[in-house]
Design a protein around this ligand. Structure first.
Ligand code: ASP
Length: 430
């Protein structure tokens, strides 16, 4: 497996048991290195305080390298994947299955959030300075606009700006129409893009090896600059969101993985762990996409035909963690303002949270911006967003990890629905 870094290289001398043991030692495994990076980042950030900002360039370098590969990776992988699928009907069927999974799991996540926030009532009886009606979140675009923006006026501009959905749209069309070329031309085009895809994946593997250092720096800067004080008044709220996210990630999604994809959640989770840790530390599903693709296709063994379509789409529109968060945050705000919500308002929050999660971009704080949709739908004060800004980053990290976890589970489920065999690196699929 590529993400286990150097362990793949063949030793030069004769293999001895000691050498093999050293090669498989825990400290050589990427997920342990990343876990150490997170723990070290927390410790150093707490010790240095705001001075931890000095590590910013390292974290930024890691983020830039990841962003660098997103567009070439999505484009090459989608064209090759779609051209391999054959016809538009098959692509459509695959897309429909993915959408069904996205909506069902996001709705399940919101239901968990709704239950948790109504049971824990984290906003009841707390006294926070209520923010003045200033600094309203930007008005979100309407549905028709959102749909129209999927069609790029200029594909190169969309690529240059890193607009994922328009790039997906264009790549799908290129892949579909490549199928209509005569064999010689099709093979020429797909061959070049296949080579581009392999090269980009190679770069991605290299970037992933830097993940422990990048994640270490990102976490240290965050802990050093935010500190732990801001959490005190909002602790119940933070814990409610975290608990509900944990239920979705550790119960709902594993059950789906086990029964719909017939995979061991533990093994699958291990295979995609680097993607989850990257999501956690970058708070961006889009920036994590290269790692997600690599983990799901190379480690978890989901075929590229499925992963190349389901993962970029999922990184942009499937956000279970965000959906759950929108719902809990809106109801928390209502509780702080002492507004009793009617069942109709709760239903409005449910639906708006679903839409907001679909519309949120895979970038940090997108969910906070989308709170405007949810608060407006339920007739709640928009400035309530000011109550939760201080702790948004940490919750953003947690919800992004859940978003990416759901994307990876979705890829396995859709692959199984398509009758594909999923072969995790290292043996059978149970
Ligand atoms: N940061 C999240 C993501 O990239 C979106 C959000 O803010 O909820 O998946």
């Amino acid at each position: 497996p590529v993400a286990e870094g150097r362990s793949e290289r063949r030793p030069t001398g004769r293999p001895t048991p000691e050498r093999a043991a050293r090669r498989n030692a825990w400290y050589r495994q990427l997920h342990w290195q990343i876990a150490l990076g997170i723990a070290g980042g927390i410790a150093l950030g707490a010790a240095l305080g705001p001075q931890a900002r000095a590590l910013h360039p390292i974290g930024d370098l890691f983020l830039r390298l990841l962003r660098m590969v997103i567009v070439p990776l999505i484009f090459s992988s989608l064209v090759v994947g779609t051209a391999g699928l054959g016809d538009a009907a098959r692509v459509g069927r695959l897309g429909a299955k993915a959408l069904a999974y996205y909506v069902a799991t996001s709705a399940a996540a919101i239901a968990v959030g709704l239950a948790a926030v109504n049971a824990a009532r984290p906003g009841a009886g707390i006294h926070l300075p209520l923010p003045a009606p200033a600094a309203l979140p930007q008005a979100p675009p309407g549905l028709a606009d959102m749909l129209l923006q999927i069609v790029p006026e200029n594909p190169l501009a969309a690529m240059a700006q890193g607009d994922v959905l328009p790039v997906i749209f264009f790549a799908l069309l290129v892949g579909l129409f490549a199928n209509r070329l005569d064999r010689r031309l099709r093979e020429a085009l797909v061959g070049v893009l296949q080579a581009a895809f392999e090269v980009t994946m190679g770069i991605t593997s290299f970037v992933i090896r830097l993940a422990p250092a990048g994640i270490f720096a990102l976490v240290a800067v965050l802990v050093g600059t935010t500190g732990f004080e801001v959490f005190r008044p909002l602790l119940r709220y933070v814990l409610t969101v975290a608990f509900a996210l944990a239920v979705h990630a550790l119960v709902t999604l594993p059950v789906i993985l086990r029964f719909a994809a017939r995979l061991s959640p533990y093994r699958y989770g291990r295979a995609v762990a680097p993607a989850l840790a990257t999501a956690f530390s970058t708070a961006s599903s889009s920036a994590t996409l290269p790692v997600t693709l690599e983990c799901v296709e190379k480690h978890a063994g989901v075929p590229n035909r499925i992963g190349s379509l389901v993962l970029p789409l999922g990184a942009t529109i499937n956000m279970d963690g965000t959906a759950l968060y929108e719902c809990v945050a809106a109801i928390f705000i209502a509780q702080v303002y002492g507004i009793a919500l009617t069942p109709a308002q709760q239903l409005a929050i449910f639906l708006a949270a679903l839409l907001a999660s679909i519309g949120a971009a895979g970038i940090p704080m997108a969910g906070l911006v989308m709170m405007g949709i949810v608060l407006r739908a339920a007739g709640l004060p928009l400035e309530g967003v000011g109550l939760i800004v201080a702790v948004d980053r940490v919750l953003d990290m947690c919800r992004t990890a859940v978003n990416v976890w759901s994307d990876t589970v979705g890829a396995a489920v859709v692959a199984r629905w398509e009758g594909e065999l999923i072969r995790p690196a290292g043996g059978g699929d149970r």
